[in-house]
Design a binder for this molecule. Structure first.
Ligand SMILES: [Zn+2]
Length: 347
C-alpha cells in the first residue's frame, strides 16, 4: 500500500489536491431519512434498559461465568425477551443458540470450561438481506469468587441490554414497514472474559459468509464513566472505526452530529496505546478478518472486574444515549445504498 504513493504523478497529485480542497460533499456520508430514524431512536427506552439490566446483573445470574448455570439463566432471559418482541433466531439456525463445545473453549488455555453458547437473534433485511450487519456484546462475566458474586453490570451487562434494546427498535421499524435493507444479526457472545472465545468461534463458524458481513458494531461497557470524565458522562470512546473503512469513521461521526450529540473520544483509537483496548473485546475477531468494526466503550473505572460493578452504579442516562448512538450507526450502515467500502488495510 505505501509504495503506491511514490508512483503518484504530479498531475494526479494536483487532481487529488483539487478534490481534497473541494467543499465536503454530503453524498459520501449521506444519512438516511431523518423522520424514520428519529422514531426508532426514541423507542430505545431507559426504563427497559434498567429493567433488563436489573435482571441480567442480579445475584441470581451468579456472575454469568462461561458455561455456568447462571450464564444459562441469563441466556434464557434474553431469549424470552426476543420471543416477546417477536424477534426470531436467524434464518439457517435451528434456535437462538450457537453451541460451542468445551473442547473449543479450552483450546487456548485449559480452564476446564464447560460447553457454552452464543445467543443470536435476527432481523431479516429487505432488498439487501444477504448483506449482514452484526451487532455484538458479550453476556458472560467472571462468575463467583470467594463467595462474592461479580455481577458485571457495566461489564458487559450494559452492552447486553443495549443490543437487545437496539434489536427491538429495528423490529419495531420492521413492524411499521421500515425494516432495515440489510439484515441485522445480533450476537450475545460467550467466553469473552476468558479470551474472546465466542467471537472467535463465530468468525471461524459463521452462520452467514464473512464476505457478506458488512460490519460489526461491538458494545462492551457503556453504562459508566471513567476517571478522565469525572465531570460528565456525555461521551463515548470510539475505537477502530477508521482502521478498515473511512466510510465507517464518517458514519460514526455524521450520525452523532445529526442525531445524538455525544462527545466522541478517540483517545484509545490507537493500536499502540498501552491499554490495547482494540485487542480486548469481540470486535477484534471481525476486524482481523477484514470486516470493518467499531467498538463503543466508556473506559475502565474503580469497579472494573470487581464485585462492586453493580447496577446501582450504572448511569442510565448515559447508557441510554450510547445505546441510541450504536443504533443510529447500525441503522445507517444497514439502510444506505452502498455497502461500506473497505479502503484500508488493518495493519
Ligand atoms: Zn467486557
Amino acid at each position: 500500500m505505501k509504495t503506491t504513493f511514490l508512483k503518484i504523478t504530479t498531475l494526479q497529485l494536483v487532481a487529488t489536491l483539487l478534490i481534497c480542497c473541494a467543499p465536503a460533499k454530503q453524498s459520501a456520508t449521506r444519512v438516511t431519512t431523518a423522520v424514520d430514524i428519529n422514531n426508532y431512536i426514541k423507542a430505545i427506552s431507559k426504563e427497559n434498559l434498567e429493567t433488563n439490566l436489573t435482571v441480567i446483573a442480579s445475584d441470581e445470574m451468579e456472575g454469568r461465568d462461561t458455561g455456568s448455570p447462571g450464564q444459562k439463566k441469563a441466556a434464557a432471559y434474553l431469549i424470552e425477551q426476543y420471543k416477546k418482541a417477536g424477534i426470531s433466531y436467524p434464518t439457517g439456525a435451528t434456535d437462538y443458540y450457537q453451541r460451542i463445545p468445551a473442547a473449543y473453549l479450552n483450546t487456548k488455555h485449559n480452564e476446564n470450561l464447560p460447553d457454552s453458547e452464543n445467543i443470536w437473534a435476527f432481523i431479516e433485511g429487505t432488498d439487501k438481506k444477504d448483506e449482514i450487519v452484526v451487532i455484538s456484546a458479550h453476556y458472560d462475566h467472571v462468575g463467583i469468587k470467594k463467595g462474592e458474586v461479580y455481577n458485571g453490570a457495566d461489564d458487559d451487562g450494559s452492552g447486553t441490554v443495549a443490543i437487545l434494546e437496539m434489536a427491538k427498535a429495528f423490529q419495531k421499524a420492521k413492524n411499521e414497514g421500515h425494516g432495515p435493507r440489510r439484515s441485522i444479526l445480533i450476537v450475545h457472545m460467550t467466553g469473552e472474559e476468558h479470551g474472546l472465545h465466542g467471537s472467535r468461534y463465530y468468525a471461524e463458524n459463521p452462520l452467514f459468509p464473512l464476505k457478506n458481513t458488512v460490519a460489526d458494531i461491538n458494545i462492551d461497557m457503556i453504562g459508566r464513566r471513567d476517571e478522565l470524565h469525572t465531570d460528565t458522562n456525555d461521551y463515548v470512546y470510539v475505537i477502530g472505526s477508521d482502521y478498515l473503512s473511512s466510510e465507517l469513521y464518517s458514519i460514526c461521526e455524521s450520525v452523532n452530529q445529526k442525531y445524538i450529540h455525544l462527545t466522541l473520544d478517540y483517545k484509545y483509537n490507537d493500536k499502540n496505546d498501552p491499554n490495547r483496548f482494540y485487542y480486548r473485546s469481540d470486535h477484534y475477531n471481525f476486524g482481523k478478518n477484514g470486516i470493518p468494526a467499531v467498538f463503543l466503550f466508556n473506559g475502565t473505572h474503580a469497579d472494573y472486574h470487581k464485585a462492586t460493578d453493580e447496577v446501582s452504579k450504572i448511569e442510565f442516562d448515559a447508557l441510554t444515549k450510547r445505546t441510541k448512538y450504536g443504533f443510529a450507526i447500525a441503522w445507517e450502515i444497514a439502510n444506505r445504498e452502498n455497502r461500506l467500502v473497505v479502503d484500508k488495510t488493518d495493519k
